[in-house]
Design a protein around this ligand. Structure first.
Ligand code: PMP
Length: 430
């Protein structure tokens, strides 16, 4: 069993300076026994090393961006080379044009693109554009989908599809929440009810085309197509939040994989190769609502910063090599098969959702297709599982709602080692 003495000692020190000891709430271990979060020292490939000198096989992938493993030499070189030429110019670069072209080629619905610095900014701006373009105010989103921390998307469901939302966070005005309608994912009937109730008030329908924020949940057949058709008939735009999904499952977006096109798309995470990034784009006529061409304003001192452009370009160049996504899928399959065998062998109540190189284990009987089902999965069982793993050398997110992400650096041997550790956890801790 690992000792986490130094991490534990750092907790108080961190909490005295950084609010709550973490720079993002999901990094705290509150949901898994409120223990001290493991403080990482360095990453290399598929591995993390903490301040106590413990090694972990990492499936957190920094919540998604790290698809080529930690400290990938090509990304490191790209950043180092760019930093030797200047970090920030506040002026256009050829790098951002090259990077923009690469993204547009991979996701053709992005007829025009803008780079920003986070997924939050990207989504927030797509909503502003949709409102500017349609002259309407309300947005419809899906229960359990996370779209960053801007006011409008920190809103939870009302009690039915014809109800407006309530703020999910202190500090979000009630008036803002009243512009948000939330319906369950994969529930077309509730979606139709909401659209027919609010009709021409709805500027946009915002959706993670494949959910990553209550685990990996795929849309049921025809769900996204129906959303497109009904939204467009209603004069509402469709926004895909592909902050997690873009370049996760294939070289392109979930929209390429599923063959459905939104009007606007928000990107982030993987496209920055691990550096801060976001991007949004879509139909040219809609994008032309944005300054300097149109009346909707969006700007950023750091937007399109050369380090993120260089790192992102290097990351996409690695990912476009033949066989990358097949390998991720094969590793994902091996991991899933092994986990399913162990769940059976030790009679654990759990189910797995996997799509290619990403999966979620839910401690529940039924297969999970919406947020309510994910929510109903057993948090205490998950906490036991998480603690078993982190005490033996596997790092996953400390939340039952997150995914395991494979990287190009994981090997079959890593999967075998992972399964041996999981077996030890099931055998001794459950
Ligand atoms: N959208 C989705 C689907 C996300 O998963 C996230 C972050 N987890 C965001 C938006 C917000 O991105 P960021 O944390 O970069 O602001």
């Amino acid at each position: 069993m690992y000792s986490h003495k130094k991490s534990e000692a750092l907790r108080a020190e961190a909490e005295n300076v950084i609010l709550g000891g973490v720079n993002s709430p999901s990094r705290s271990y509150k949901a898994v026994g409120d223990r001290a979060p493991v403080v990482m020292d360095r990453g290399e490939g598929a591995y993390f090393y903490d301040v106590d000198g413990n090694r972990y096989i990492d499936y957190l992938g920094a919540y998604g961006p790290i698809i080529t493993g930690h400290a990938h030499p090509r990304i490191h070189e790209a950043i180092a080379e760019q930093s030797s030429k200047g970090i920030l110019y506040g002026a256009p670069t050829t790098l951002e044009i090259d990077f923009g072209k690469k993204i547009k080629e991979a996701i053709p619905s992005l007829e025009r693109v803008r780079f920003v610095n986070s997924g939050t900014e990207a989504v927030m701006t797509t909503i502003r554009i949709a409102r500017a373009y349609t002259g309407r105010n309300k947005i419809l989103k899906f229960e359990g989908c996370y779209h960053g921390h801007s006011d409008l998307v920190l809103v939870a469901a009302g009690s039915g599809p014809a109800q407006l939302g309530t703020p999910d966070s202190a500090g979000v005005p009630k008036g803002v929440a009243e512009d948000v309608i939330t319906v369950p994912f994969n529930n077309l009937d509730d979606f139709k009810t909401a659209i027919s109730h609010f009709k021409d008030e709805i500027a946009a329908v915002l959706v993670e085309p494949i959910v990553g924020n209550f685990g990996i949940v795929e849309p049921e057949d025809g769900f996204l197509e129906a959303i497109n058709e009904i939204s467009h008939d209603n004069g509402s735009l469709v926004i895909y939040d592909e902050v997690i999904t873009a370049f996760r499952f294939m070289f392109g977006g979930a929209q390429n994989l599923l063959d459905v096109e939104p009007d606007l798309t928000a990107l982030g995470k993987i496209i920055g190769g691990g550096t801060p990034i976001g991007a949004y784009g879509g139909r040219k006529d809609i994008m032309e609502s944005v300054a300097p061409l149109g009346p909707a304003y969006q700007a950023g001192t750091m937007a399109g910063n050369p380090l993120s452009m260089a790192a992102g370009l290097a990351c996409l160049e690695i990912l476009e090599q033949p066989g990358v996504y097949e390998t991720l899928d094969n590793l994902g399959e091996k991991l899933e098969d092994g986990l399913v065998d162990l769940i059976d062998k030790y009679d654990i109540t759990a189910t797995i959702n996997r799509l290619k190189g990403a999966l979620t284990i839910y401690f529940t009987e039924e297969s999970v297709t919406d947020y309510t089902m994910a929510e109903a999965s057993d948090g205490e069982e998950f906490a036991k599982f998480f603690n078993g793993l982190i005490n033996r050398g596997i790092n996953i997110a400390p939340s039952k709602y997150e995914a395991w992400f494979l990287t190009t650096e994981h090997t079959e041997a890593d999967i075998e080692e992972t399964l041996a550790i999981v077996e030890d956890v099931f055998k001794n801790d459950f």
